[in-house]
Design a protein around this ligand. Sequence first.
Ligand code: NZQ
Ligand code: ZN
Length: 393
Amino acid sequence: MDNFQFYSPTEFVFGKETENESGRLVKKYGGSKVLIHYGGGSAVKSGLLDRVKASLEKEGIGYVLLGGVKPNPRDTKIYEGIELCRKENVDFILCVGGGSVIDSAKGIAIGVLYDGDFWDFYGTGKKVERALPIGTVLTIAAAGSEGSPGSVVTKEEGMLKRDVGSDLLRPKFSILNPELTETLPAYQTACGATDIMAHVFERYFTNTEEVEISDRLCEAVLMTMIKETPRAIADPHNYQARANIMWAGTVAHNDIVGVGRSQDWNSHGIEHELSGLYDCAHGAGLAVIMPSWMEFVYKHNIMRFAQMAVRIWGCPMNFENPEETALKGIACFRRFLHDIGMPINFEELGAKEEDIPVLVEKFGLGDGKTGGFVPLSSDDVAEIYRIAVKASI
Ligand code: NZQ
Ligand code: ZN
């Protein structure tokens, strides 16, 4: 196991009706004028926004509203938010929604206290020095942004999707009420589940040896998702399935399952070009890319893929031919994604083979390589897209 520091300062408040704690928590973390940031309307329709407003009012906390965040959040909404926060002297951002709303809020949080363009930090490695505090009321288990240091934003001009990471962007608190996810359509539930599983696999495929504790934690999260996702899809009001998925989504990405080991993250980078170009859901893009990436890299460590097959998918180990076991594990993953309603190839996603050169160009590797498990070149990335074009079950 490698040396590590684990920092997850967010206060997680989990359970039924916890959105009514919003006001108390904003006050606890020093907010006196709040921007309530939300998405395209699901939180209005469900009455959640009204409950959050009432909770702030009960504590005597003033607020302004900014809705309309789109999935794959855009820079344009962030500029609007920065201007509003400055005009209204906002000192705390409360997100009501999913990863897109939270990531948009993180962009605003950076921009309000920065003299230049908030975009300077995205995809550049420039260090965030200051950010407004944020809190979240999560409505979809997926991106893990409620506990992560990351924000992923799309620049509308050129549809360029880029990210930034800073501990300053970790929410002060996140309210996780599984009941709020019961209104999710099956497709969004499945997209979220795919993202959660991908966050674990990005960490599971490591070159670090002797990491039994984090291997087993990864496997626990993945097996929970395999059990609970079909239950939540079959019965959207299954609270216990929703609860298990919700906590899985947070622990999949606050890094508790990834410490002390090298990680990969190439599937995410390769996917972000798809959701950037086609504006598809991030989870759907991952369903197309991640098993294809696995097929491309599995020979690097056949026994690790065989371990996935045996421990996670319950495949029998073929000691004579471990490669067969490894490939069966990848096939099980793709079959699972198909069964929960995810696209598994370019056509099903709405992507086009002829766009592969554009996707590779936007990925921006040039002559370099990237990634932790197997470093990839531009040609390798193109090959993974080509595998994804033809993928079938
Ligand atoms: O906008 P509304 O009306 O709320 O509808 C949303 C949206 O259409 C809907 N939804 C959310 N909660 C709902 C609901 N519909 C009914 N009932 C509810 N309770 O679901 C749709 C998707 O929402 P979105 O926030 O986009 O989903 P998600 O949480 O998957 O976020 C995706 C974004 O997060 C980024 C992705 O790239 C993508 O841009 N990621 C962020 C990460 C991070 N910050 O750490 C890491 C991830 O790997 C990921 O890249
Ligand atoms: Zn993700």
